[in-house]
Structures are given as C-alpha cells and as structure tokens.
Design a protein around this ligand. Sequence first.
Ligand SMILES: [Zn+2]
Length: 324
Amino acid sequence: MFGEATLEERRRFYAEEWSPAELPEFIVKSLSMREFGFDHSGAGPSDRYNRIASVAQLQGVLVRLAPYGVYSSVSLYRTPERRDGWLGAELVFDVDAKDLPVRGCGCAKGEVCELCLEEAKQHVLGIAEVLREDFGLKEMHFVYSGRGYHLRVTDREVLELGSRERAEILDYVAAGVVPELSELSFGYPAHFRRRMRLLLPRLSEAVLREAGVPKRAREVLLSEGELEELVQGLEKGTGVLARKLKKKGTEKLMELVRRINAEMVDAKVTVDVKRILRLPGSLHSKVSMKCMLVRKIESFDPLSQAVPKFVSERESKGIYKREI
Ligand SMILES: [Zn+2]
C-alpha cells in the first residue's frame, strides 16, 4: 500500500521503533512453544522450524536480521524446532481485504484500500459475534495483518480441536449463518443483519442473475429505495425477505449470500494447524505497514495506526506518494 520497505528501513524499524510491548500477551506467554518462521528475501517464510526461547532473544534476532517478514505458529509444541509434541492450536480466521469476493470499492485484484479494509473488519466482527453468541467463546484477539484481519481465538475449549472440527466451525460461522427461511417468531440475528447490510448493496445485476435470482427480486435488490426498506425491515422482525423477494428470490439470494460469506475467509488458514501467521508487532515489508494487535477494533483505522514512522518520513521527504 505504501510500497515496499527497503532493508535500511527494516533495520531502522526493528532497531528504533519496535519494542517488546508490541507483542500481545497471548504470544508472550507461549513464545517458546511456538515455531517461528522468517522471510529473509520477500519470497516467503522459508526459514522455518525455529524456536525462540525468550522475548529478549526475539528482539536480538529482529534487530540483527531485520527480516522481511516474521511469522509464528498458531500451534504450540513441546519441541517447536521439530514441530513435535503438539499441545494445541489457536482457532484462527483470516479475512484478507485483497481476496474479498465482493467489494464496494474500485480496487483491482490484489489491491486494497480504506474501503475494503473496513469491509474486512466488519466481516471479522461478524465472525467474532457468532463465536461469542453461538459458541460461547471469549478469548478473541484481533490482529491487523497488513492487508486484512486475523481473528485468533485462544479459549481452552478450542485448542485441541482437530482439522475436521475446525472445518465444521468454519462452515457454520462463515457460511451457514443464514436463518431458516420459515417465519421465525423472533428477529433475525444481529450478525445476519450486519452481513446483509454490508453485502446487499454490493450485489450487481450480473451477479444476481448468475445466481438465479428471479427478475422481480432483482429489481427489489437493485432499487435503492426498495433495498433500504428491505434492510430496515430486517431490523424489525422476520418475514421481510419472503414478503419482498418471494420464496424463490429468498432461496436464491440466501444461496448466493452463503457462497460469498464462505469465500470471505481463507479456509486453509482455519483448518491447517501447521500454519504460521505474521507475528503481531512485525513489519509487513511488502506494503510497509505494521501487523499489529488491535485493542479497540471498532475505532481502529489501519491507515493512521498501523503506519510505521519511516513511512511518514518518506512522505515528508516527498520520496513516495501515498497510493490511495
Ligand atoms: Zn478497495
């Protein structure tokens, strides 16, 4: 987003700007049980199977090597340097703004901007809501990844889940959140309303037609006034979908919503417990932004809070233009 960081900038970042306070508590207390991966050249984290014994050792490595990227495992191991003695893994959801299937902005594939980053954030908030309300999970950590968000869950209940159980949770959380089509006696769940509010205005005629949504229902969804009525109706109680879109329109729209929701999350990241994720506090050198723990997600603005000092200095020197 701000262009690639040079080796000199990486060095300055780790020597002058980074401090151990950047590391979230949930990483610090399990640091020596995690496998660390380093990307030295920008080609990916090929230097794996590393054990870092302490925060002081990590700081030494970061200052000395100024790596292009730093990663740590979602799993904890008795012997992380051999990926041996598995003790459990966080439950992780990865929403990358550059991979969102439907975006309200004009970003090309692989690009991100303020708007799609905000959409990724809203999506992650929706996932957290389902995990909290339907699964009773509590220990959730939001991490700005540099181009989207990681949601990392560390409740004891999730740590020992296998890949299949993780896939089932993902399926429920990411895709299967659409309420039954029958008239319910209570309202639509908040996370469903949130997703619909976000998604419906982004659906184009072509996408709706391809999904088999009938003409009359398409007209409702594409008319600003009728769509607004529909979205407001969702807040008041159930039945508005069937009333406005009829049975087939509702069914086809729900199929489409389910498919899009599923594509919002990188399924491989949730299911694969051998994954390593960008270390919160480290530099995402490709875009010159900080990957960081987000404490107040609702008000978090990556374009002001995740920008390293060297980027603002570049701008004041007029070296690089901000590209958004
Ligand atoms: Zn965008």
